[in-house]
Design a protein around this ligand. Structure first.
Ligand SMILES: *Cc1c(COP(=O)(O)O)cnc(C)c1O
Length: 393
């Protein structure tokens, strides 16, 4: 079998850490009980695993265990937060504020609410990807019920000033939701210090399993009212019905526990590797760094190259490295990434962009190999631009 390319797409997903898998395994066949079964030990065993994970997650973000609602991931958590608040507070107001660079799992529920009659302000960002706090403040109105701003961006890695946004919202009695899918385990989070009322989390970006996430829902000062989006057996205090999945939940807890224990060392290591990659790439003619140089995730490097076709570049690199591009495919006419567009780049610049996501398994040797391959691919495309390469996705 051909060797697989180097994996530098950690913002898309990460492998399950073997220690996480080990923690999950007993919950498939041995402790298989339904955590809602309160009349026998099968249920209690499963519930014990869930309880432990709930405790780890609540400690990780500084809330209490009852404030964690398990969901299928950050997409569902975002939908529950946004639609749930809109439905519970529409008599108070129908204005929501978010940012143009949010994940589609925030933007699309907001656009859906627009169709239902809500007003949504999609704030722009600066060239560095950061939100302008002054502009945010000006956008807040007496009928604003919710502000949703992500902690760390999944494309450009930019980390927003969450605590400052939180205090602006708290001062005005506006609920504040933050999508922390890329941040959990990588950036210190505390919902008290940050004045966050709702926070979306997911396991699979932090070496946990796919298909499990959580929404933090504040229960005091203030208590957030939320309309459930999935109704049924009344699990998770009625906010998200459906039988809990103990293996996934236990894996989620273990993944976050490990990430927190190793966070500082791993952050330093990834920052060094990221700098090593950028040092080699930055001297290439027409090379741009997308997003703030410092205020970003340690493992993120997002670049644009002038005058090079994005899909041709990906094609030239695909045997060496698994990365993501800012646009799905330029020759098929796919629009450039909404995030890069929001940075104010001309579309042509947005097309030839690459997102490198470094992770726990990334090595120095891999970084050097990818840097060399990228430089060679860019040079060769400049010498003989493959004008009409077929679109490969
Ligand atoms: C990955 C991601 C999501 C979606 O999370 P899932 O758990 O895959 O549904 C949402 N927001 C951000 C910022 C992400 O990176």
């Amino acid at each position: 079998m051909a060797q697989r390319p180097i994996y530098l797409d950690a913002h898309a997903t990460t492998p399950v850490d073997p220690r996480v898998l080990e923690a999950m395994l007993p919950y498939f066949s041995e402790y298989f009980g339904n955590p809602s079964s309160t009349t026998h030990s099968y249920g209690w065993e499963a519930e014990a695993g869930v309880k432990q994970a709930r405790g780890i997650l609540s400690e990780a973000i500084g809330c209490s265990p009852e404030e964690i609602v398990f969901t299928s991931g950050a997409t569902e958590a975002n939908n529950l937060a946004i639609a749930g608040v809109a439905e519970a507070y529409f008599n108070k107001g129908r204005h929501i504020v978010t940012v143009q660079t949010e994940h589609r799992a925030v933007l699309d529920p907001c656009k859906y609410l627009q169709q239902l009659g809500f007003e949504v302000t999609f704030l722009p960002v600066g060239r560095d990807g950061l939100l302008d706090l002054q502009q945010l403040e000006t956008s807040l109105r007496s009928d604003t019920i919710l502000v949703s701003v992500m902690v760390a961006n999944n494309e450009i890695g930019v980390v927003q000033p969450i605590a400052e946004i939180g205090s602006l919202c708290r001062d005005r009695g506006i609920l504040f939701h933050s999508d922390a899918a890329q941040a959990i385990g990588k950036i210190p989070l505390n919902v008290q210090a940050m004045n966050v009322d709702l926070m979306s989390l997911t396991a699979h970006k932090v070496y946990g399993p796919k298909g499990i996430g959580a929404l933090y829902v504040r229960r005091r000062n203030p208590k957030v009212k939320l309309a459930p989006q999935i109704r049924g057996g009344g699990q998770e205090k009625g906010l998200r019905s459906g039988t809990l999945c103990p293996p996934q939940i236990v894996g989620f807890g273990k993944a976050v526990e490990l990430a927190l224990a190793e966070r500082e060392i791993e952050s330093q290591r990834l920052t060094q590797l990221r700098e090593r990659l950028w040092k080699q790439l930055q001297n290439v003619k027409g090379m741009h760094l997308n997003g703030h140089a410092v205020q970003r995730l340690p493992g993120n490097l997002n670049i644009s190259v002038e005058g090079v076709d994005g899909s041709a570049l990906l094609l030239g690199l695909k045997a060496v490295v698994a990365v993501s591009s800012g646009s799905a495919c330029s020759s098929s006419g796919t629009a450039p990434s909404h995030v890069l567009t929001a940075l104010g780049h001309p579309a042509a610049l947005a097309y030839a962009s690459l997102r490198f996501g470094l992770g726990r398994l990334t090595t120095e040797a891999e970084i050097d190999c990818v840097a060399q391959a990228a430089i060679a691919a860019i040079e060769s495309l400049r010498q003989s631009p493959a004008a009409s390469l077929p679109c490969v996705s």
